[in-house]
Design a protein around this ligand. Structure first.
Ligand SMILES: [Zn+2]
Length: 529
C-alpha cells in the first residue's frame, strides 16, 4: 500500500513539475525578453570582466588570477565552486541549481605568447614588450558566460525554473591541453547540453563539421638524449641530440609531400642545445599533427614516432616523447544550433559606433587586410560543408563527442585579422568587445532557457547525438591512462612577465574602463599613413 502511495505521490509531483514546465514554456518568449533586458542591465560588470581578464594576460595552465577573479564573482553570487578539477590547478566547476536538465557553459581563458598590445590602438604597441597578451580574445568568453549564468540564476529563482547550471573554463586551450582530461575525469557525465562560446568577428553558430575548417590533433614533444663532448677537441666522443632533431625535421618535411593534403603539421625546437662548442646532449622538438579524423590523426602520430625513432638510430641517440595536448575535431549538435540560431537572429548585431568602425578600418589597413570595418549582419545557419578542408583545432572537440554541444561565435573582434597575434588583441578591451560580449550573453541565456523549459528539445538533441553523430563514429581518447595534464607549461614565461603585467592590472574601483586607466584615446589611429 505504502509503495503505491509513494508511486502515486511521485507521479503527482512529476505531473505538477511537468505542468509547471508547460506553463513556463508558454511564457518562453516573455522570459527571453526579460533575460535580454537583464543582460543589458549588467553591461558594467560584463565590461569589467572583459577588461580585467584582458589585463591579467595569462598563458595556458597559469591562469591563476583569472580563475581567482571569475570564481570569486560566481561564489559571491551563490554558485558552488570546486577548484583544481581533473588534476589542473587553474581549472574549476561552478554549479548553481539542482536537478535536470544540466546545462554547462564553457569558454577559454588563456592568452597568446608575445601578443601584448594596448587596446584601442590600431598599430603594434605592446603594454609590456615581449609579454603575453590576449591576441585571440579569450578574455571576453567568461564575460559572456558569467553574465548569462548570473541572469539565468536570477530568472530561475524568480520564476521557479528547475535545472542546474554549470560553468567550466577552457584552461590552456591554446595548448589543446585540458578538455580531453576533463572528459576523462567524468566532468560531463551528468551534463545534458553544453553551450560553448568563442570570440569571433561574426555572430553565428553551426552544426556537424560546420564550415569544415576544423582539424583534430595531437601535440607531442620529442626529447632526444645524446652525449656531450668538446665540439672541436673530441667531437667523435659526442652524440648530438640536436642532429637527431634536425634529421627528424628533415625527414618529416620530405615525407610531407606524400601525406594527404588535409594534414597540417608544424613544429618548434624547444631545446637546441646550449652553446656551439658543446655537443648538445639534450635537444627537443615539439610537433602539432593535425588531420580530419581520429584514424588519420593517429596515423600521423604513429608516423611522427617512427621518424623520431629513426632519427635517434641515425645519430646514436635515444628519444622519448610526451603527449602534451590532443583534440578531436569538433562536431556540433544540429538541434541546439537550430535553437540557438533563432536567438542570434532575435538579438542581432551590436550597434557599432563611428569610433568602433574607425578603429576596425585603421587596423585592417595597418596590417594589409581587406578594409571593410566591422560586420553589420548576423550569419545565417547553413548546412555543413560536404568536404571539410581542415584548419585550426579546439579541444572542445572531445566534449562535443561526449555530450550534445554547440559553439556560439559572438561578434567581439575585428574581421580579417591573422589570429594569434597582437592585432587580434586591439579590439579586445574596447567597446567592440564589450558590446559583442553583451550580445553573446543574451544568446547564451536565451538558448539555456529554451532547453530548461522544453525537455523535449533536450531529448531531440540527444537523439541527433546518438542516431546521427555517433551512429558510426565512437569516441576514443588520444590520451593513455598515464598521460597527465602538462600543468608546468608556461610557468617560467609567466613568472618572468607577471611582475611587469601586475602594474597594469585593471582597477575598476578607480577607472570606469581599462582604456581610461591606460589613458588611451579611443580610437588611436595613425595620423599619417
Ligand atoms: Zn580560441
Amino acid at each position: 500500500m505504502k509503495r503505491f502511495w509513494v508511486v502515486g505521490c511521485m507521479t503527482a509531483i512529476l505531473l505538477a513539475a511537468g505542468g509547471l514546465r508547460a506553463q513556463q514554456a508558454a511564457q518562453l518568449p516573455a522570459l527571453k525578453l526579460e533575460a535580454a533586458a537583464e543582460v543589458d542591465k549588467m553591461q558594467t560588470l560584463t565590461q569589467q570582466m572583459v577588461d580585467e581578464i584582458f589585463s591579467f594576460s595569462e598563458l595556458g595552465f597559469q591562469e591563476y588570477e583569472t580563475s581567482k577573479y571569475v570564481t570569486g564573482i560566481l561564489e559571491k553570487n551563490g554558485f558552488h565552486v570546486e577548484r583544481g578539477v581533473a588534476g589542473v590547478p587553474t581549472a574549476w566547476i561552478a554549479t548553481y541549481g539542482s536537478g535536470k536538465p544540466v546545462i554547462a557553459f564553457i569558454t577559454d581563458i588563456d592568452c597568446i605568447p608575445r601578443a601584448s598590445q594596448k587596446p584601442g590602438v590600431a598599430y603594434h604597441d605592446p603594454i609590456v614588450e615581449g609579454a603575453p597578451g590576449h591576441g585571440e580574445g579569450h578574455n571576453s568568453g567568461m564575460a559572456v558566460n558569467v553574465t548569462a549564468a548570473l541572469v539565468l540564476k536570477k530568472l530561475m529563482d524568480a520564476h521557479k525554473i528547475g535545472g542546474t547550471i554549470k560553468l567550466v573554463p577552457g584552461v590552456a586551450e591554446e595548448l589543446l591541453g585540458t578538455k580531453a582530461f576533463y572528459v576523462r575525469a567524468g566532468m560531463f557525465k551528468d551534463v545534458d547540453i553544453v553551450l560553448g562560446a568563442h570570440v569571433e568577428s561574426e555572430f553565428s553558430t553551426s552544426y556537424g563539421t560546420g564550415n569544415g575548417e576544423w582539424s583534430g590533433l595531437v601535440s607531442v614533444q620529442y626529447f632526444f638524449h645524446g652525449k656531450a663532448a668538446h665540439a672541436a677537441g673530441a667531437p667523435w666522443e659526442g652524440r648530438s641530440a640536436l642532429d637527431a632533431v634536425e634529421l627528424m625535421d628533415t625527414g618529416w618535411d620530405f615525407r610531407r609531400e606524400h601525406l594527404r593534403p588535409a594534414q597540417r603539421s608544424h613544429r618548434v625546437i624547444i631545446n637546441g642545445g646550449d652553446q656551439p662548442n658543446v655537443v648538445p646532449s639534450e635537444a627537443a622538438v615539439w610537433y602539432y599533427f593535425r588531420e580530419l579524423d581520429y584514424t588519420h590523426i593517429k596515423d600521423l602520430y604513429d608516423l611522427g614516432n617512427m621518424m623520431a625513432d629513426s632519427a635517434a638510430k641515425m645519430t646514436g641517440t635515444t628519444v622519448d616523447h610526451k603527449l602534451v595536448g590532443s583534440a578531436w575535431p569538433p562536431f556540433l549538435n544540429k538541434v541546439i544550433a537550430e535553437t540557438q540560431a533563432k536567438n542570434i537572429e532575435a538579438v542581432g548585431m551590436p550597434k557599432w559606433s563611428e569610433a568602433d568602425q574607425t578603429l576596425a578600418k585603421a587596423l585592417q589597413k595597418e596590417i594589409g587586410a581587406k578594409v571593410e570595418g566591422l560586420k553589420e549582419k548576423i550569419e545565417p545557419l547553413t548546412e555543413p560543408v560536404k568536404k571539410p578542408t581542415g584548419g585550426g583545432s579546439d579541444d572542445i572537440g572531445d566534449i562535443s563527442w561526449n555530450v550534445p554541444m554547440v559553439y556560439l561565435m559572438y561578434p567581439a573582434n575585428i574581421p580579417n585579422l591573422p589570429g594569434h597575434s597582437w592585432a587580434n588583441g586591439v579590439a579586445m578591451a574596447t567597446p567592440i568587445a564589450h558590446k559583442g560580449s553583451t550580445a553573446g550573453a543574451k544568446v547564451q541565456a536565451m538558448t539555456a532557457l529554451d532547453f530548461f523549459l522544453q525537455p523535449q528539445l533536450v531529448q531531440q538533441a540527444w537523439d541527433y547525438f546518438r542516431n546521427v553523430q555517433t551512429k558510426e563514429v565512437h569516441y576514443e581518447p588520444f590520451l593513455s591512462a598515464d598521460d597527465k595534464p602538462a600543468v608546468e607549461m608556461n610557468k617560467e614565461k609567466m613568472e618572468k612577465f607577471a611582475p611587469q603585467l601586475k602594474k597594469y592590472y585593471y582597477d575598476p574601483s578607480r577607472y570606469k574602463t581599462y582604456l581610461e586607466q591606460l589613458g588611451i584615446q579611443y580610437p588611436t589611429v595613425r595620423t599619417q599613413p
